[in-house]
Design a protein around this ligand. Sequence first.
Ligand code: 0O2
Ligand code: 0O2
Length: 270
Amino acid sequence: MDSRNWENFLLPYEQAVEELKVKFKTMRSELKKREEYAPIEFVTGRVKRISSILEKAERLDVPMDNLEEGIEDIAGIRIMCQFVEDIRRVAEYIRSRKDLTVLYEKDYITNYKESGYRSFHMIIRYPIQTALEHKVVLAEIQIRTLAMNFWATIEHSLNYKYRGGLPGDMRLRLQKSAQAASVLDSEMSSIREEILAAQKTFEDDANIVSTMLKTINRLYSYHLVAEAISYQEQFNQLFLNRDFDSMKDMLAEIKAIMAAKHVEEPEDEH
Ligand code: 0O2
Ligand code: 0O2
């Protein structure tokens, strides 16, 4: 394939990666709003580089006219989760989607690789509509925790540096650090409830501050200037003391005044 053919060949994969990134990022924000917790921390994606496609084709003995079926990760999406438990949930959401088909799954969490690599992989078929055609492409979704991602990213760069021939002691140290990452995941799972509660408190406190400021602003715009100034001063004091409980009470009080005076409330933050 010359460079122009490569460009055309990769176009549908670029589109698939862009679409899938948007879909999973949207899934994250939707779940965060609906359930106050998103099992997705962040999403990345990439189209495999031509050099990596060529190397993989050579390694797996895939002929150049069968790259579309023979190399399953030309389009790659990576979903990072906080906790191991989240991975199953995300996989379940993916299985139930109607805009893609799961071809098969590889569970490198139950059966981690000899290198120490852990992740959950799903190979999917994903239909795309380009300007010229309707096409179904293969894509790989890797779902992993932040600890698994940290390890895999470092190991990937080292492997690249040593071109697959990692020195023995380095391989051993990486296997050990993979175990450490696995212990870290288990530890985090065991305090999951406390972590989630802390994250929720942080979100709630941040939301009450912005709702409060918007509400005080609303008082100004309805010419309730004396009330606005007084509440602003009280808010400043409460914020200094990080007294979010009293802020909630004060917000309820302002809302009652607004209702009595028929002032429209600003929308609550999620
Ligand atoms: P490589 O693998 O070094 O050849 P955004 O534009 O904000 O949505 P952002 O932050 O630019 O996304 O990140 P992007 O482009 O999605 O991914 C950044 C890097 O993460 C890539 O670097 C990849 O190394 C790696 N990566 C992300 N997702 C995947 C994936 O699903 N599979 C694999 N194998 N690697 C991934 P490069 O330089 O583009 O690619
Ligand atoms: P890149 O640069 O990430 O795109 P293989 O096992 O390699 O013969 P297959 O069947 O595609 O081929 O395998 P697998 O094992 O499911 O691996 C697919 C992808 O998982 C790899 O893509 C890596 O992204 C990741 N992966 C698998 N094993 C390891 C590992 O030991 N360490 C790290 N860091 N990542 C791993 P590519 O094409 O190898 O590379």
